[in-house]
Design a protein around this ligand. Structure first.
Ligand code: SF4
Length: 361
């Protein structure tokens, strides 16, 4: 029989920890909603910081990619404050597209590195396996849910609610073709030589992580740059672009990166391409080469590939980013000037000298 202490403990909300890295950025709403609906308390690790990275580095080997090193920091942040650690081994939900081996094997590596982890839940799913269809995925969620509640109805309802939230998230994240075209054609307020549009290419978990991306998104916006990222491009456009390659790209994230680059290199509707490459990363080595190969056919189009790792200096990174933005702005300014009449040019020159005089005061 349970004593009052055990009864109180069993009534206590179970705490599920979700590391804020890698797979989390693909399914942020799905995981969180699922466990919350079951009645668990969900604890997300803190957004990445330099301290979190330093902690991750203490347990990683040199061969690990930058994304995995940061991920270890998230595990350290969570492990002592939760009852369960949610670490799904998710190979992908596509018949032939996959995630990279480091991504898939990470839960096993984490089990081997840390000896004091709470119970890991999540399971293994790969749509490329013969029997891993939707019912298998469903079963994995059911098993994870069973750890929190023994009420099957509640688990089913939680799965349904989480799926709905995930679909809403995806609808918001991925633009429609119409929305993308409207963005490409849009003249932004103050549009002129000083406003440029950029496509940011990279893995979702790099682009959206402040440490992995060196806050690139935020910095670009501060420099008055309009940004669309590879995770926002509609799947139909990516698939169309993939048909132009001579061979098939099997890495899901790299398809988005290459597809986005090919699309904008062809349309020329933006002012430049920026790719973030975590080091060392096998799949990025492939995508960066393909992007570069196609970019060489458009030498006039500004393209920059920035490698990020734990040795990258923030100041050097920022200098390169600023130089890239200035190149695009200058190019746009010259193009803008070329299209002006003599009167417009005289007006622009007087406006510029007035502005310089105000700045000098
Ligand atoms: S794709 Fe690259 S960055 Fe992502 S987990 Fe694999 S090696 Fe690391």
């Amino acid at each position: 029989m349970q004593g009052p202490r055990e009864k109180q403990n069993s009534k206590k909300k179970k705490i599920v920890g979700i590391p804020r890295g890698l797979i989390f950025y693909h399914y942020p709403e799905l995981f969180k909603t699922f466990f919350e609906q079951l009645g668990a308390k969900v604890v997300l690790s803190k957004p990445s910081t330099q301290k979190l990275l330093r902690n991750g580095l203490k347990v990683s080997s040199d061969e690990e990619c930058f994304s995995c090193k940061v991920f270890y920091g998230h595990i350290i942040d969570l492990k002592n404050q939760v009852d369960f650690l949610f670490l799904p081994q998710f190979h992908g939900n596509h018949k032939f597209l996959v995630k990279c081996p480091k991504f898939i094997g990470l839960p096993d590596v984490i089990r081997a590195i840390f000896t004091d982890l709470p119970e890991i839940i999540g399971g293994y799913h790969s749509r490329t396996k013969k029997h891993h269809h939707i019912p298998h995925l469903f079963w994995l969620f059911f098993k994870a849910g069973w750890k929190i509640t023994k009420n099957p109805f509640k688990i089913l309802m939680a799965i349904a609610k989480a799926r709905k939230k995930h679909q809403q998230f995806k609808q918001k994240q991925i633009w429609s073709r119409e929305k993308l075209e409207a963005w490409e054609n849009k003249a932004f307020s103050g549009d002129g030589p000083e406003k440029v549009k950029v496509a940011l290419l990279g893995h979702s978990y790099v682009i959206n992580d402040p440490v992995l991306s060196f806050n690139t998104l935020k910095k670009l916006r501060e420099m008055d740059v309009e940004v669309v990222s590879s995770e926002q491009i509609p799947e139909e456009i990516i698939n169309e672009q993939m048909k132009k390659l001579h061979s098939t790209l099997y890495f899901e994230e790299e398809r988005k990166i290459v597809g986005t680059a090919l699309y904008f290199l062809e349309s020329g509707t933006i002012d430049g391409l920026l790719q973030l490459i975590p080091f060392p990363c096998g799949p990025s080595a492939i995508s960066s080469e393909i992007v570069l190969h196609h970019a060489k056919k458009r030498p006039e189009f500004p393209v920059i590939q920035l490698v990020v790792d734990d040795n990258t200096g923030e100041a050097g990174f920022l200098t390169r980013l600023e130089a890239f933005v200035m190149t695009m702005k200058r190019k746009k300014f010259l193009k803008f000037k070329k299209g002006l009449s003599t009167e417009q040019l005289t007006l622009l020159a007087s406006k510029t000298s007035e502005e310089s005089a105000v700045k000098a005061q």
